[in-house]
Structures are given as C-alpha cells and as structure tokens.
Design a binder for this molecule. Structure first.
Ligand SMILES: [Zn+2]
Length: 347
C-alpha cells in the first residue's frame, strides 16, 4: 500500500524505472535539492523556463516537511562529512540555489532565515558583473514579447510566426536546441543578434535578473549561506577547450575570493547534465581542490559518493515538482520516507 503511494509520487514525476528508483533511494544517506528562481506569481502560459521556479510557499513547505519527516537541513560541508562516514548517519537534505537570481534575495532569503535553514548559493561571476547572458531566459522573453520573431541566419533573416502559445513553444524548442548545439562563441553571437533584432539589451536583461555584488554581500555575510562557484560565464563546460574550461572554474573561485575574502569550497556545473559536464570536468574540479561539486544528474547521496564528491547528483525541486499530484505526496513526507531508508516493500 505504501509502495503504491511512492509509485504514484515517482510516476507523477514521470521518472522511468520506478521500482528500481524506490529501491535505490531506500539506501540513500541524503539528498541535495536544486533550486533556481523563487517567485510568488504563477508563470504565464508560455514560460518554458518556469521549470526553474518555485513559489516561496513551496520552498517553505519543503523546509518544514523535510524536518517534520526527520531530516536535518545541513550545508554541503556537513553533507560531505555524512557521506564519508562509515556510520549510519541521520538523513539530511541540502538546499542549493544556482545562478544568483535577484528574486532569491526578495523571496527565498526571508523564508530560509525564518526557518534557520542553511543553504548554498552558486554564483556565476560575469552574470553578477552584469556582463553575462542569461540566454535561456532572454530567448523566452524575446519570443514572449513578439508575434513575429526575426531570426538572423547565414542566408538572411527568417520571419517566424510566434503569435500563439503553441507557435512560441515550438520556436523556443527549436532555437534552444540550436543554441545548445553551437560552440559557445557562436552561441554568444547568435543570441546577441537575435536580441538586437528584438531590441533587447542583454547586459541590462542580465542585470535585471541577477543580483549585483552589493546585493550578494547580504548573502556572503549571512551565516546560513555558503557561497559556491558556478563558473564565470555560465558556459557549458564540455563545449570549451580544456584550458578555457579550467579557467572558467578557477577564475570564478578567485573572483569570489577577491570580493568576499574567502575562496568557495563548493562548485556547481552549469547545466550540469551528462552532456554538459563529464569526466574531464570532474577531474579538473577535483584537481583544483574543491571539497564538493554538484551536477544535475538526478539521484540521492550514498556512501559510494565519498569517492566521487566532485560529481554529486541532485534532485531538482522545480516547477514540475509543484504539480499538485506530486505536492500531495511530497507534503505527506512519503517522498522523504523513501529517502530515509524506511523499510519499503518494493515487491
Ligand atoms: Zn546555472
């Protein structure tokens, strides 16, 4: 009976291989949650990046219910210690926020402070300088604002209808895939050309979305917050030549140390999927001496991760987790019971 509840929970997430997943999670020592934006307003009909946002209420529920289900909320140093411990340790969750969106200051920080919940903020430094590209959001904003989108190309511009939600979504999917497939210097130029046609200043767009250094200082001085590195430009590391990849990681750490006096000990791979970060990136992060590094490969944390602290899985606590069917199960603590090593009959 309980298994059916878990099964419903995982099916709500559309995760394949439900039974093995439940069995796997039953041995987990803990889990790291990935979050990005925290916004009270529900997303618009066309909002392909809504998957990156949760509401403040959902964040609060996740904190309260984690503790009610017997989990400690810990920072990444403590998570690493528990993963390395051969003893049976108390189950834990880690809250991580990527990209330093300004809404984290307005909507996430008050909730985290109210509940005395430690967390990590992963910071891409060029974006904080206001000189980066939040290109996935720019793409959405360009398409959302225009009924016809002018797409520059080698054979001249294309004029693509984007009046309906369906047309917008289809164009977003096409352009997102095309941009992900380009080498980074080409992608930087392509989104700049597209934004130029649409009258969007990408630097201003970045500054509107991402905190500046003075805002970030609030987080650096917050005892609950660990500042982590997230590269300089938020490039997809696997697409860069080795030396550039290394510089992106190393320089982001130096820049944060120069700003706040302390070198981050933790790192998050931009995008973080297997195609975006692999063995070459893991080896570099390890060699550079980071204590842990997190991916977006889904999964719980196990004793075996003590040997792979530079490639930790996370669970995305994102827009799709806010589906009511999942939220109901989530709020009963059933999800956490699965993670806590409770005796789950998967027969
Ligand atoms: Zn990121």
């Amino acid at each position: 009976m309980r298994y059916l509840v878990y099964r419903a929970a995982f099916e709500a997430l559309a995760l394949p291989g439900v039974a093995p997943l439940v069995r796997q999670f039953s041995r987990a020592k803990g889990v790291i949650f990935t979050l990005h934006r925290v916004l009270p307003e529900p997303p618009a009909a066309f909002a392909p990046n809504a998957i990156l946002q949760v509401s403040p209420n959902f964040l609060e529920a996740a904190i309260v219910k984690s503790r009610a289900a017997g989990f400690d909320i810990v920072d990444l140093d403590e998570a690493a210690r528990r993963v390395e411990s051969a003893e049976r340790t108390k189950p834990f969750v880690v809250f991580t926020f990527d990209d330093a969106y300004r809404d984290n200051l307005q909507y996430a920080l008050p909730v985290l402070k109210k509940h005395n919940a430690p967390f990590t903020l992963f910071v891409p430094t060029a974006l904080v300088d206001g000189a980066g590209q939040v290109w996935w959001q720019a793409l959405e904003d360009i398409i959302a604002a225009n009924k016809v989108v002018v797409v520059p190309g080698p054979g001249g511009p294309r004029y693509v209808d984007a009046a309906t939600t369906r047309q917008k979504q289809s164009l977003y999917d096409e352009l997102y895939a095309a941009h992900r497939a380009m080498p980074e210097p080409e992608r930087v130029e392509a989104i700049r050309a597209l934004a130029g046609r649409a009258g969007i200043d990408l630097d201003a767009h970045c500054r509107a979305l991402i905190m500046d250094w003075s805002e970030l200082k609030t987080f650096a001085e917050e005892p609950l917050c660990t500042i982590g590195a997230h590269t300089v430009h938020h490039y997809e590391l696997s697409k860069l030549p080795g030396e550039d990849m290394r510089l992106e990681i190393d320089q982001s750490r130096s820049i944060i140390k120069a700003q706040f006096g302390e070198a981050p000990a933790h790192f998050s791979y931009p995008i973080g999927s297997p195609v975006a970060a692999g063995p070459r990136e893991f080896a570099t992060v390890k060699e550079l001496g980071f204590r842990t590094a997190v991916t977006t490969r889904p999964g719980g944390l196990y004793r075996e991760h003590a040997n792979h602290l530079e490639a930790l899985p996370r669970i995305s606590l994102n827009g799709s987790f806010q589906k009511e069917s999942f939220l109901d199960v989530f709020l009963t603590g059933a999800f956490f019971s699965v993670l806590s090593g409770g005796k789950v009959n998967v027969g």
